[in-house]
Design a protein around this ligand. Structure first.
Ligand SMILES: [Zn+2]
Length: 457
């Protein structure tokens, strides 16, 4: 069914108030790293006032200095429940002289609001708040809504897993919507349907107890950098495939229907290469299209390598040790634990005599693939189509959004309803959010609530 006319009219006639309200929220410099300055507290107080004004019960979950906000409005325990995730913390502003207007003095110009956090993630949060207000002030909210608003997403969500697990039963919902991402291009509504997982390790090759004179001892001992470089190089074959045992075991082919959607997306390879400053996109597995390599195939990269003498000029040493940081991005049903074990076996078998190797695991999480036949996907897809006038295409994202996997592992039916645009300059100077995306996003959120209520009838 279409979005209730009264809700739609309320959204249309309150656009100015909504923008003013977003500007007020953006003025709070809630940088997670600076939680000691009280700005995260101010953002939480702003959220508390706003949500309590809409009849929500608001509580703060750990940590104390930048708490997770859990707000609930239960209209009827038998009605469907929607869980909405956003975060109120923002990245530091970076180089201030690169900003046209100051990062925490929001400026509305040319159809955008410019401020740190505008698109990531306060604007996207605001779209949901507008929808909740429109329902509350007209017909009354027809479903139960829980909002989970994190305060440390930009610093790697150190408490998220524990807090979610401790409160799992209270987060139960029929659908969970995460809005913390962006569209593929400015005119194509998209819903992100899969995210890659991650395994991150640090490999160290230990040789002699101290750096040695390479003239006196060269030829006698194995050089840890030479050996580690050979080990890292051996992780790919000449076709760009990763050589770890079992690496491709649980990698699924992309369904033809999804592939066709990707082929219809606007994607200019040479422009993309230019933006990245390279003359060719020759990474990954040979013979596969770029979007497939980025979205649907697992990858392995050395993120940093160090050892020996790295100062100015020359110093002739055989280093005592060398270290490489390695990450792999996982897809589909790849088992992150199995990949960790496979890396350890690979390193052991590529450690020559005279070297002792260690592998330290920093992080590992599986990929997230969201089914496209679920209630959440259906209601969200219809809502986005109604709000933006075009059926959304299903895309993927090569990066990880940890909350998605965590919510999914708690049994929630999660969808990624992203509202950002490619030009929003996330984490960069002059971050912005399109007002059209704000208004469209609010309509989409309101329509999703309508669809959930309709389905329950
Ligand atoms: Zn974000």
């Amino acid at each position: 069914m279409m979005l209730d006319r009264r809700v739609n009219e309320y959204l249309d006639s309150h656009r100015d108030e909504s923008v003013r309200s977003l500007v007020e929220f953006l003025r709070i410099p809630s940088i997670a790293n600076n939680s000691a300055d009280g700005s995260c507290r101010k953002a939480v107080d702003w959220l508390r006032r706003t949500l309590e004004g809409l009849g929500f019960t608001v509580e703060e979950l750990p940590p104390r200095d930048r708490p997770m906000v859990l707000a609930q409005r239960i209209i009827n325990p038998a009605a469907p429940t929607l869980l909405i995730y956003n975060h109120y913390d923002v990245q530091p502003p970076g180089e201030l002289d690169k900003w046209t207007t100051p990062p925490f003095e929001p400026d509305v110009r040319d159809g955008f609001v410019y401020a740190r956090g505008a698109s990531d993630d306060k604007g996207q949060l605001m779209a949901h708040l507008m929808a909740l207000e429109a329902w509350d002030k007209t017909v009354g909210l027809p479903v139960n809504v829980k909002m989970l608003i994190e305060g440390e997403e930009e610093v790697g969500s150190p408490h998220l897993k524990d807090v979610l697990e401790a409160h799992a039963s209270r987060l139960a919902a029929d659908a969970a919507v995460v809005s913390d991402g962006g569209w593929h291009d400015d005119d194509t509504p998209t819903i992100t349907q899969a995210l890659r997982g991650l395994v991150y390790v640090e490999i160290t090759f230990h040789g002699p107890t101290a750096d040695l004179h390479s003239g006196i001892h060269g030829g006698a001992v194995v050089n840890p950098i030479n050996a580690l470089a050979a080990c890292v190089a051996a992780m790919h074959d000449e076709n760009g495939r990763v050589t770890l045992e079992g690496f491709y075991d649980d990698v699924d082919e992309v369904e033809p229907a999804i592939l066709r959607q990707w082929e219809s997306l606007r994607f200019d390879e040479s422009q993309y290469a230019r933006e990245l400053g390279v003359d060719s996109l020759a990474g990954g597995e040979k013979g596969l299209p770029v979007l497939i390599r980025r979205w649907a195939r697992p990858t392995l990269d050395c993120n940093g390598i160090c050892g020996g003498y790295t100062g100015e000029g020359s110093k002739t040493v055989i280093p005592s040790h060398a270290t490489a940081k390695i990450s792999t991005r996982l897809v589909a049903r790849q088992d992150d634990n199995k990949i960790v074990e496979s890396i350890k076996r690979f390193v052991a078998s590529h450690t020559p005599a005279g070297i002792r190797s260690t592998v330290e695991v920093f992080a590992h999480s599986p990929a997230v693939v969201l089914s496209h036949n679920t209630l959440a996907m259906k209601t969200a897809s219809d809502a986005v189509a109604e709000a933006f006038g075009k059926t959304p295409k299903l895309i993927r994202c090569g990066a990880s959004v940890p909350v998605t996997g965590l919510l999914q592992s708690m049994g929630l039916d999660v969808i990624l309803l992203d509202l950002g645009l490619p030009g929003d300059a996330w984490h960069s100077p002059n971050e912005r959010f399109s007002l059209e995306q704000l208004f469209g996003g609010a309509r989409a959120s309101a329509a999703m609530i309508q669809n959930m209520a309709d389905m329950a009838r």
